[in-house]
Ligand binder design. Structure first.
Ligand SMILES: [Zn+2]
Ligand SMILES: [Zn+2]
Length: 263
């Protein structure tokens, strides 16, 4: 039985100091990444009406800003942590005492009433992935962190209604930022993070499909500006004459509104 309830989505935190996404569709409530203290994540969840119980916690990769609160939040809300073998092994102590379930990258599976598939992304972690989460006729693609846009990301984004995409830095701001060069080189590398320009190219590349809404996340608070990230993607779409895609950028270290997206 399909319900007419909208997809509900809130970026609980986004940026280099912590990432977590709440997503509810078809009665299934997921958290993607817990890169903030579990108590903070739990408090953010408490502010969302009807956000409990959480069905499962998904992890994209083991970096602290995505995984450090996953074990404690899992114990706190009584939901299992789902991740691939590489991420579960690399997350190690961060998952102490949590109940974990292994997923396989590239193999779709069900969580509650939604279908989830993890797909590989280029990033300097053990087995980093993005997710496609589909339920109630709405498909959401999450791609963060990634050093470049693969053909797979574009083709999957074309089939999604909603895209949650990294827009980490503006190249000019990064080049003049106080970051040491080893860190700048890590961010710029093909397994680092995604620039506003690369995010814009990805969105334009995916625009011929179902895609209607784009949320830009994981913005650097040093090497980016929220309006600049949004405008870079928006202007790229306008240059191509594409008006049907709505673009929002989430302030670094901030919390987004609770978005509702009708099926
Ligand atoms: Zn990372
Ligand atoms: Zn990250």
């Amino acid at each position: 039985m399909t319900s007419t309830h909208p997809l509900r989505l809130r970026i609980l935190r986004s940026g280099s100091s912590g990432n977590a996404i709440f997503l509810e569709t078809a009665g299934t409530r997921l958290i993607v990444d817990v890169g903030l203290p579990a108590e903070v994540a739990a408090r953010e969840l408490d502010s969302i009406p009807g956000a409990a119980p959480i069905t499962a916690i998904l992890l994209t990769h083991e970096h602290d800003d995505h995984a450090k609160g996953a074990g404690p939040l899992s114990r706190l809300v009584g939901a299992p942590v789902l991740a691939n073998a590489g991420t579960l092994a690399a997350a190690g102590d961060q998952l102490n005492g949590a109940s974990t379930e292994r997923l396989t990258t590239g193999v779709p599976f069900r969580v509650g009433s939604v279908q989830v598939e993890a797909f590989q992304v280029p990033h300097d972690a053990t087995e980093p992935v993005g997710f496609v989460i589909s339920g109630n006729g709405v498909s959401v693609l999450i791609a963060t962190d990634l050093g470049g846009v693969t053909d797979e990301v574009i083709s999957r984004a074309r089939d999604a209604d909603v895209l949650i995409l990294e827009a980490n830095y503006d190249l000019r701001l990064l080049s003049v930022s106080p970051y040491p060069w080893f860190l700048k080189n890590r961010i710029l590398s093909p397994t680092g993070h995604l620039s506003n320009d690369a995010a814009a190219r990805a969105v334009v590349g995916a625009a011929s499909g179902r895609l209607r809404t784009v949320f830009l996340v994981h913005l650097s608070d040093i090497n980016n500006l929220t309006p600049l990230a949004r405008d870079t993607v928006q202007w790229a779409l306008e240059r191509e004459g594409i008006a049907a895609i709505h673009v929002e950028a989430v302030r670094p270290n901030g919390t987004s509104p609770l978005w509702q997206i009708a099926p």
